[in-house]
Design a protein around this ligand. Structure first.
Ligand code: LRH
Ligand code: MN
Ligand code: MN
Length: 388
């Protein structure tokens, strides 16, 4: 196995984008538990996200969700982010919370509704111009609840047409990233339920259209690393929404439910050339901390991604290929597991200290007093959360 020292530099290439919505209140359909001190506007969300980067140096950008993060001046928000040592990243569109989209948005049978949804994406593209964002991420809640409710084929054709119009608007250096999800909120069929549908749609658009893989959006037992391999092979893995799940789209801390799966995914990202400076695959988190504290929740997640990345970088590639070519399955499997079982935490603590970072970012944040300062300082105003 390679030495940790041999992979240490590659860890500096890691960039994990944070979702602005992870810092606001969220919950389930049963209850949203409000927390004291959570942000009341996008500026405060950025300030909180910057704390994660400050203690880890892993998360230099923040994704926005529109209209949740609507502000009067995106230039001001960009400046505010830069003043806090982070950048604004992916712009997420949102066509899932307005009454007109009850029966769909980009797939709707009514051309007026489709145009409203397309116009929303045009607004998002304008915002990208102001924020300097590269990626427009589209996740659609479109689908049906009952067999026969609508014509699935017609909806797919309308989706192609709508996406084409949006794609034509993005700049030469920008990308359209289409996220899929097997179910929820629609329960019979989703219009973009799987990577194959997303791939078919983005392949028809062109080179600047790619797929977003949210790790919580598959059927149980899906081999997600296989999808990672295939999309990278096809040059279409634009980004990840990382989170973890036990049942459905649980949006829990990354690596909490199944660290081994996270390891296997990152092994394939590295194998497929998607990692770091060489790769075009954006690592993002998509989590909702319903009951745990939001900032340490995100710190934990980015550290878990880093830890599994270190272990994945430790896989002895040459020995693995040799064993695979020799048909020596037990040796090959053993090589992978050796890397997985390596406890890299002390090495990562030292790696951080060498770079002027705290050995234990969770502890450093907890001792910083920031949590108490926001509880004290953020009085008055409504707390930001879903739909805010
Ligand atoms: C949908 C999703 C998508 C949305 C986010 C809030 O389940 O994963 O990425 O934008 O949640
Ligand atoms: Mn997502
Ligand atoms: Mn999701």
């Amino acid at each position: 196995m390679p030495d940790f020292a041999a992979i240490a530099d590659r860890l500096t290439e890691q960039r994990i984008e944070l979702p602005s919505w992870a810092f606001g209140n969220s919950g389930t359909r049963f209850k949203v538990f409000a927390q004291p001190g959570v942000p009341r506007d996008p500026f405060e969300k950025i300030a909180d996200a910057a704390q994660v980067h400050r203690y880890t140096a892993l998360s230099p950008s923040v994704a926005l969700h529109i209209p949740w993060d609507k502000v009067a001046s995106y230039a001001d928000l960009k400046k505010h982010a830069e003043d806090h040592g982070v950048a604004l990243g992916t712009i997420n569109s949102n066509t899932f919370q307005d009454d007109i989209y009850k029966l769909g948005s980009l797939t709707h049978s009514d051309a007026k509704v489709r145009q409203t949804a397309i116009d929303h994406h045009f607004d998002c593209i304008d915002i990208m111009g102001e924020t300097g964002s590269r990626d427009l991420k589209i996740w659609l809640a479109d689908g049906t609840n009952y067999p026969g409710q609508d014509d699935m084929r017609g909806r797919q054709d309308r989706l192609t047409e709508s996406l084409q119009k949006i794609y034509e608007r993005i700049g030469e250096d920008q990308r359209l990233v289409l996220e899929y999800k097997i179910f929820e909120p629609a329960f019979y069929h989703m219009d973009v339920p799987d990577w194959g549908t997303s791939y078919a749609q983005v392949a028809a658009l062109g080179d600047r259209a790619t797929v977003c893989l949210d790790t919580g959006h598959h059927a149980p037992s899906t081999n997600i690393e296989f999808i990672v391999m295939q999309l990278l092979r096809l040059g279409k893995l634009g980004s990840f929404d990382f989170n973890s799940r036990f049942y459905a789209d649980d949006d829990l801390i990354v690596g909490a439910a199944d660290p081994f799966q996270l390891f296997r995914i990152i092994v394939e990202v590295i194998r497929g050339g998607g990692y770091g400076d060489d790769g075009d695959t954006a690592f993002m988190l998509d989590q909702c901390h319903n009951i745990e504290d939001k900032i340490p929740g995100q710190i934990r997640s980015v550290l878990n991604v880093q830890e599994m990345t270190a272990r994945a970088l430790l896989v002895d590639r040459d020995a693995l290929s040799a064993a695979q070519l020799a048909g020596d399955m037990l040796t090959a499997h053993g090589i992978l597991m050796d890397a997985f079982y390596t406890d890299v935490r002390p090495m990562l603590a030292a790696w951080r200290e060498e770079r002027g970072l705290p050995a234990d970012p969770m502890k450093a944040y907890a001792e910083s007093g920031y949590a108490a300062s926001i509880v004290e300082g953020r009085v008055g105003g409504a707390q930001a959360g879903w739909g805010a």
